[in-house]
Design a protein around this ligand. Structure first.
Ligand SMILES: Nc1ncnc2c1ncn2[C@@H]1O[C@H](COP(=O)(O)OP(=O)(O)OP(=O)(O)O)[C@@H](O)[C@H]1O
Length: 384
């Protein structure tokens, strides 16, 4: 694709006037509905293999996955830039039987790479609106508002080619959001932005989308972005959705070990399970055993424990002992005293466990090389 073709894809456009919104998405309809969608390349089958993925108007959905999982391919497919097999409806209409240009004009894709024309920053953003047939007298105001929102109004008269990576990225985000699209597809929007400004830009995207009722699908490797942005997340591995749930569930109850690592699960402890008369008996690799009163899907290979599942078990602890708690003895390897939270690395047998304990739960002090007891409740364990 040459630069202009990519730019046109970017803003989803052609020089059409804005269509009457006869097909306005009703509140309970999906803006996107994919069923059995597959993408192949010449060399590889099933780069993408989506059984079912639907997004409602105004939903903020994050896409997580390792490099090469198919995240960008998913966004390109939704933006109708990628040939696919299967069924897809956009804004309640079957893509196969609808004018694709009209459908694509209702969404916007901000690419991972910064794609700008060799023109001024103002003209780059204005073109998005011109291509959509927005009246000229409204364009100036809208462009300035979009540039100001993303902190780049002072760049309006600069050549897009002269921008730094971070400045260009912010202009691309302004281009993506200027047209008030019903569906925003954002591929790594915070990449190349200063750490200090990332959260602010992500929050502005969220606020803009919510003010307009736009649905957003956000791809990001930055987990902080995702935490601040989305309520729902999907995890993509090898082109397949392995989990589609509330973000908190992906973090607390990841579907597999790779995802547990991706979401930063503190402790992934190899384990095996044996069924006894009173329930499931969990045997962790470091010879800790406990009874799990609930259902455990077998086979399982690991027990996930978030660092905040642990308590420090000592007589002076402000956290009362609860029946059924499991206690583990270990030696403190390292402590990081953060703001309000202590992160403590505790060596237990061959395993090092990470506990994140509120400072207020520690009445005395915890020292390196000290033997301490960690306690957790089995209900906070997750098995994969
Ligand atoms: N046109 C193509 N031809 C062949 N392989 C492709 C093509 N496009 C993508 N792929 C392959 O498909 C897989 C998914 O690529 P994609 O860019 O969607 O991954 P991603 O999850 O966005 O990765 P990243 O996190 O690294 O950006 C990769 O293995 C990639 O090499």
């Amino acid at each position: 694709m040459n630069m202009m073709t990519e730019f046109k894809s970017f803003v989803n456009l052609q020089s059409y006037p804005v269509a009457r919104q006869e097909n306005l998405t009703r509140m309970n309809e999906y803006v996107l509905n994919m069923q059995q969608v597959n993408v192949d390349s010449k060399k590889r089958k099933n780069i993408l293999s989506i059984e079912n993925f639907a997004v409602r108007p105004g939903e903020l959905v994050a896409v997580l996955g390792p490099n090469g999982a198919g995240k960008s391919t998913l966004l390109r497919t939704i933006n109708l830039l990628q040939p696919y097999r299967g069924q897809m409806q956009l804004f309640g209409q079957d893509v196969c039987h609808t004018n694709k240009t009209l459908l694509r004009r209702r969404s916007a894709l901000v690419f991972q790479e910064t794609l700008l024309l060799n023109d001024t920053v103002f003209n780059n953003v204005a073109k998005v609106l011109e291509f959509r047939g927005i009246p000229a007298n409204k364009i100036k105001q809208k462009v300035h508002t979009a540039l100001a929102t993303f902190g780049c109004e002072h760049l309006a008269n600069r050549s897009a080619r002269s921008l730094s990576g971070g400045e260009a990225k912010r202009v691309c985000i302004a281009c993506g959001l200027v047209a008030d699209s019903e569906l925003l597809l954002l591929d790594e929007p915070s990449a190349s932005l200063d750490v200090g400004i990332r959260a602010e830009i992500i929050e502005k995207i969220r606020q803009s989308a919510q003010a307009r009722g736009s649905a957003v699908i956000l791809v990001s490797h930055n987990f902080t972005d995702i935490l601040h942005f989305a309520e729902r997340a999907i995890a993509l591995f090898d082109g397949c959705i392995v989990q589609d749930d509330k973000l908190e569930m992906l973090i607390r109850r990841p579907a597999n070990e790779q995802l547990a690592r991706l979401v930063g699960m503190d402790n992934i402890i190899p384990c095996r399970v044996e069924r006894g008369s009173r329930g499931y008996f969990i045997k962790l690799a470091n010879s800790i055993e406990f009874l799990y009163p609930g259902e455990v899907r077998t086979p399982i290979t690991a027990c996930c424990l978030s660092g905040d599942a642990f308590y420090i078990d000592d007589t002076t602890s402000s956290v009362p002992y609860q029946p059924g708690m499991v206690t583990i003895k270990g030696r403190v390897e390292r402590i990081v005293r953060g703001i309000g939270i202590y992160t403590i690395w505790v060596k237990v047998g061959e395993q090092t466990l990470i506990a994140r304990v509120p400072q207020s739960h520690i009445s005395g002090n915890v020292y390196q090389h000290e033997i301490i007891k960690l306690a957790f409740h089995p209900r906070d364990a997750h098995f994969i």
